[in-house]
Design a protein around this ligand. Sequence first.
Ligand SMILES: Nc1ncnc2c1ncn2[C@@H]1O[C@H](COP(=O)(O)OP(=O)(O)OP(=O)(O)O)[C@@H](O)[C@H]1O
Length: 272
Amino acid sequence: MLVVDQLTKRFGANTAVDNASFTVDRPLMIGIIGRSGAGKSTFLRMMNRLTDASEGEIRFEGRNVLALKGADKRAWQSDCAMIFQQFNLVPRMDVVSNVLHGTLAKRPVLSTMFNLYPREDIHRAIDILERLGIAAHAAKRAEALSGGQQQRVAIARALMQDPKVILADEPIASLDPMNAQIVMKALRRIHDEDGRMVIANLHTLDTARRYCDRVIGMRDGRIVFDGTPAQLTTGVARDIYGAGSDFSEDATSTEIREPVAVTEIRHAEVAL
Ligand SMILES: Nc1ncnc2c1ncn2[C@@H]1O[C@H](COP(=O)(O)OP(=O)(O)OP(=O)(O)O)[C@@H](O)[C@H]1O
């Protein structure tokens, strides 16, 4: 389904992604972990064609997506939606309009400029917001929502594209532990229920272990681990992070320890 073949990206003398290869034969939920600068974002950006590769191929369903041009490239970018750490919403625009922006690539420029969307798209946007537990905020400005709610709006916008793959670049790095869990659960549910592949860059080991079927570890641009969460032992993690024997998983943890926070999560999840 997805074949990453000897993928390399150089920025001058710096090799950000170094001869990376892996194969995915069904739509899994994949976590990419590694310390800052390991090449995780650059990989996602190549996959979505925001950055060109220096060498190698990314084949999705048999096509080398790195060779696509013009309308084919835009169609791929629509099939492969991206969400970001900072949500990238239009802050002063209402939530529904932000979600409808997910149809941008498929809409004539003029109708988008004047916010003219077909009724069925508006209904679909509201259905998606409902699915994510935030339909009650549909008419509010995006900036009025909490970080966790804004990230769910960004996921809703991605879903409007009806993508085959969702790429998430540190989707929970700006969120508190409670909202981080709500967002990760939303991504996992979308994967489970819709069968979409999700590839998420994550900076916390426990999140990768808990939500992903497969974990890829990057260090200095190279893939140094590719396995199941069960295979991701503390020793392996130490290798990925290039850490010494004093390495503590707590340093990369988003676990919630206070019982009160767990109760809050359960309340929030009822809405999901
Ligand atoms: N546009 C760019 N120009 C030059 N160098 C870049 C550019 N983008 C990334 N790099 C370099 O490529 C390497 C990998 O960066 P990348 O952002 O992919 O790492 P990362 O694992 O996503 O880290 P982080 O978690 O901090 O975002 C780093 O050394 C970075 O400085």
